[in-house]
Structures are given as C-alpha cells and as structure tokens.
Design a protein around this ligand. Structure first.
Ligand SMILES: Nc1ncnc2c1ncn2[C@@H]1O[C@H](COP(=O)(O)OP(=O)(O)OP(=O)(O)O)[C@@H](O)[C@H]1O
Length: 295
C-alpha cells in the first residue's frame, strides 16, 4: 500500500506548465532522491507532494486519502503527515535556534502546547532540539539567534527541525546547496539514518547526482517538467545522467560515480547524438536510454 500516489498529476502556474501529467507511487519507508537540471520542476513537485500547490488536474493520494477532494480543514489535518524543509528555510531572524528547531513539533500540537513550545520550551524539548542539532554538528548553537547563523547552518537547522518532527513523510528541497561536500554528505547521512531508524519516508531533491546515486536506493529524475527516470539508483547509468543534464553540463557529476571507461559509456548510448551548438561537444541527444525511463 503506497503512502503517496500521484495519478496524472499536472501543475500549472498561470499559462505555464510546471509539471506535465505525472504518475508516481511512493511506499512508506522509501528513500528517494529527486534529481534533474535547474528548472526541471523538482521544487514544484515537492510543493505538490507537500499539498502546498494545488494540481490543475490529476489526483494525489496521501495516506489513502484523495487530498484535494477533502475539505480545507481535513486537508490541513492531513498535512500533519508531512514536513517540508524548503531550500531557503524562512526562519525568523530574531528567533533562538532551539525554538526554530522545535517549530518542527508544532503541526498537530494544541494551541497551549504550541505557545509553550515557542515561548517556554521544556527541558525535555530543549534536550531534543540539542540532540538534533548535535547530530548535525550544531550542538553549540542551541541558544544562538537565527540571524547569527550562516546559510549552511540555517539549512542544518531546517534539517534538525525534521529530526524532532513527528511527521512520517519528510520532503527536503536541496538541503545541501550551502554546505561543503564533506558536511553535505555527513548531514545527508544523518537524515537518512534517522529516517531509516524511525521508518520515515524521505524524498529529497539534490543537485549532487553522485550522492544521490550512491546514497539513495531509488531515483526520480525530472527534465522540463516531465518524468525522465524512475527506478533503482543502479539502473541510472552514466549515459542516462548525461542525457538528463544535456545542455546543463555544469551540474554533471564531476567524477563518474562508478568505475567505468568514459569511451565505453559513449559507446553504450544507443540513442541519437547531437553536437552542442555552443560548445561543439558531441553528446547524447536528450533521449531516454534505459527501459526504466518513463516517457
Ligand atoms: N509560480 C511560478 N510561476 C511561473 N513559473 C514558475 C513558478 N514556479 C516555478 N516556475 C518555473 O517552473 C520551472 C520549474 O521550477 P522549479 O523551481 O520547480 O525547478 P527546480 O527543478 O526546483 O529548479 P532548481 O534546481 O533551479 O531549484 C522553472 O522554469 C521556474 O521558473
């Protein structure tokens, strides 16, 4: 039984189509990396999964409930099933880090408990916030003000918020964009380990294709608002990655994630090849090349 099921879900913003009709099933406990070039629609899709963007057509079932067929208040309750960590977390600048982290416990809490959490967190809550921050190497910033943090530290506060939340579905939008490579990998490992330990479902958009292929069992790739690939990480070969990012080589993995011969890879590409007008580079045309690619 899937936790999330999308049936021909389409997203538009005015005249612009952000996501072409897309069908997807996500089971409880899965860990999925969402990849694709800039502008492919990763954030839009995550916002749709978070019930923050209303689809223009299609259905989204979360926890067996047709989210957009529910009343406003029922959908609001359903949102307690998930927590979205946005790429640029809108943390109140004057807030203490501990309180920002504990905001992850507000969904579903009573008004009285929410006020206590925000204005007078208990010792136990402070301990939980500290544990989450310490796991992300920010234990010493518990009582700092948010506006004293760097961009990368703020991103980790948003991850710590997930760690203290009760939501079974974690949606994370490019959590590593402001982190150095080592810290990025460590932070992602913390998140994945915590999700695994507690049976959470994790969907995480990433520009670090190598990390996505190495650390996530399932990859969903978007290009131009379309599903380009959905399948196991080991099925996402270098040729498919090249086709996914064709025209956006700045985002290609710097080194191949698996031992291989680059010439060999080029020979493996069955689909048509094209010459990039700007660079003159011979590259695979953006045509899916594996049977797991959704067209
Ligand atoms: N509200 C909107 N109105 C019009 N266009 C939008 C809107 N939101 C997003 N877009 C466009 O939709 C496309 C997909 O945007 P989205 O942010 O989902 O991509 P992304 O894959 O997350 O990109 P990035 O990796 O750069 O964050 C982009 O071309 C963007 O400009």
């Amino acid at each position: 039984m899937s936790l999330l099921a999308l049936e021909s879900l389409r997203l538009d913003a005015g005249p612009r189509c952000l996501i072409q009709p897309l069908s997807l099933q996500i089971n409880a406990g899965e860990q999925i990396a969402l990849i694709g070039p800039s502008g492919a629609g990763k954030t839009s899709l995550l916002h749709a999964l978070a019930l923050a963007l209303r689809p223009s057509s299609g259905r989204l079932h979360l926890d067996q409930q047709d989210a957009w067929a529910l009343s406003h208040s029922a959908r609001h309750r359903l949102r307690r099933q998930l927590m979205l960590a946005p790429q640029h977390p809108p943390l109140p600048p004057r807030q203490r880090v501990a309180v920002s982290v504990l905001a992850g416990q507000l969904p579903g809490a009573s008004l009285a408990r929410s006020l206590r959490t925000l204005f007078s967190p208990s010792a136990d809550q402070a301990r939980q916030a500290h544990e989450a921050l310490a796991a992300l190497e920010l234990g010493d910033r518990l009582w700092s003000r948010v506006d004293q943090l760097s961009g990368g530290e703020r991103q980790r506060v948003a991850l710590a918020r997930l760690l203290v939340s009760r939501a079974p579905l974690w949606l994370v939008d490019e959590p590593l964009s402001a982190l150095d490579p080592q810290r990025a990998q460590r932070s992602l490992s913390v998140l994945q380990h915590a999700a695994r330990q507690s049976g959470r479902t994790l969907v995480c958009s990433l520009h670090q294709v190598d990390l996505a292929r190495t650390l996530f069992p399932r990859i969903v790739a978007l290009r131009d608002g379309r599903l380009f690939y959905d399948g196991p990480a080991e099925g996402l070969d270098d040729a498919t990655v090249a086709a996914l990012y064709a025209g956006d080589e700045t985002l290609m993995p710097s080194t191949p994630s698996r031992a291989h011969d680059a010439d060999d890879d080029a020979r493996k590409i069955d689909g048509p090849r094209e010459i990039d007008g700007a660079s003159g580079v011979d590259r695979p045309a953006p045509t899916p090349a594996t049977p797991l690619i959704c067209r």
